[in-house]
Design a protein around this ligand. Structure first.
Ligand SMILES: Cc1ncc(COP(=O)(O)O)c(C=O)c1O
Length: 411
């Protein structure tokens, strides 16, 4: 992608208006292929189901499609979006699958990972009503990641995650599906963790293998270990001790190679990467309007907002770079504050930065995951997303306007 500099940002601001995101398509292709190749070096049959929830910008998803990925979706909205974008291979996860969309997914032959018993009821009834149809489903299993000291790596330190079938009802539901003449073609073990550590994938893989062996899931085509990896870190982030794609791949493949069941049946390994392939694909640019000193604090007021770069409002300062019209080496400690009238709208807290002037730009790096898809229309219009095409920047998304907002309201 073209090197970012002040003049380029000023031109983009004139044409599209600040703030805006820039998407780096080459980086996304590179991340996807690097992750897949880390597995393929040792096991050829691997598929990536790109997680739409992490970032569903259609221009981005089309790259995933073009690279041969499946779409991984968790709702009716995401399912319909994936189909509209052109995915024929869709992995349908998620805790609530409304009857009409579940039926549609069964008809389309999506890989549906059932999460709860109400779905087993539904597909058994569906098979009864459609006895000639080859009904194939997957099952998500609930995996405990608590060590002997009671410490859990499940997201938010939860002792028990709520997704998938817990051990005590796995057998009953496998039997119900088999008795109904439904094939189990996928086993899903996604378990979101806080630490994204490689060791979690050893436990997940072992647990899944034990289920395959115990219940002889010999129709299995997809051994889906889910997402939640670390990767695609933005430049400027400290990567000491952080896992690489190859660490996850080696850990999983070491385990599957110990299983004679796996090596006999050789299902596809499915990974569902989200953050680990998209975080560093997006950067965000905001323009300085005013420096304001209040008490002892130097506030830098910008036209962007924290809701665009870290809607979860965690306390870490994101990697950032200043682009100045007139370079100057002087620095100061400041808070960069956003354009909404919320005191909480703090984009950077107590950072040492070059002293900026009105019209300068600040870049935020690594904002590709859980940003664009998590940001509602709050106070501001949704901003444009730009990408490079044939040597120039074009809009992957235009700026929202007032008609877009009013169109869903009826009275
Ligand atoms: C089922 C499933 N797959 C994949 C992902 C992607 O995870 P991440 O964006 O953390 O890689 C998630 C996220 O929670 C998920 O729930």
């Amino acid at each position: 992608m073209e090197q970012i500099n002040y003049n380029l940002l000023r031109n983009l601001d004139e044409k599209y208006g600040s703030p805006f995101y820039i998407m780096d398509s080459d980086k996304y292709r590179f991340n996807l292929n690097s992750f897949l190749n880390a597995f393929r070096k040792r096991y050829e049959k691997v598929i990536a189901g790109y997680s739409l929830k992490t970032n569903y910008v259609p221009a981005l998803c089309k790259i995933a499609l073009d690279e041969g990925c499946f779409a991984e979706v968790v709702s009716e909205m995401e399912y319909e979006l994936a189909r509209k974008i052109g995915f024929t291979n869709v992995i349908f996860n998620g805790p609530i699958k409304r009857p009409h969309i579940l039926k549609e997914a069964l008809e389309h032959g999506a890989i549906i990972n059932l999460d709860s018993e109400y779905e087993v009821d539904f597909v058994c009834r569906y098979k009864q009503q459609n006895p000639l149809q080859n009904v194939r489903v997957g099952m998500r299993i609930n995996i405990n990641l608590t060590d002997e000291n009671g410490n859990s790596t499940i997201q938010c330190g939860l002792r028990f995650g709520r997704f998938g079938f817990p051990d005590n009802i796995v057998e009953k539901n496998i039997n119900r599906l088999c008795k109904a003449g439904i094939k189990i073609i996928s086993l899903h073990g996604h378990t979101s963790t806080s630490d994204r550590a490689v060791l979690n994938y050893k436990i997940i893989t072992q647990h899944m293998l034990a289920v395959c062996e115990k219940y002889q899931l010999n129709d299995l085509e997809y051994f889906d270990i889910g997402g939640g990896y670390f990767g695609a870190a933005p430049e400027g982030m400290d990567l000491t001790g952080r896992p690489k794609y190859g660490d996850y791949a080696n850990c999983v493949i070491d385990e599957i190679q110990k299983s004679s069941w796996f090596m006999e049946h050789k299902p596809y390994i499915v990974i569902e990467p989200g953050s680990s392939v998209v975080s560093n694909v997006f950067s965000y640019y905001t323009k300085v309007y005013q420096n304001k000193k209040v008490g002892k604090v130097n506030f830098v007021m910008v036209d962007g907002t924290v809701f665009d770069v870290k809607p979860t409002m965690h306390a870490n300062n994101l990697p950032h770079v200043v682009f100045k019209a007139v370079p100057n080496a002087d620095t100061c400690i400041c808070d960069v504050v956003g354009s909404t009238c919320m005191e909480k709208d703090v984009m950077l807290k107590d950072v040492k930065m070059p002293i900026v002037e009105a019209g300068d730009f600040i870049q935020f790096r690594g904002v590709g995951a859980y940003t664009i898809c998590l940001t509602p229309t709050f106070i501001n219009f949704l901003e444009p997303i730009l990408m490079e095409r044939n040597g120039e920047f074009v809009e992957a998304r235009r700026r929202q306007n007032i008609d877009d907002i009013l169109t869903v309201y009826k009275y």
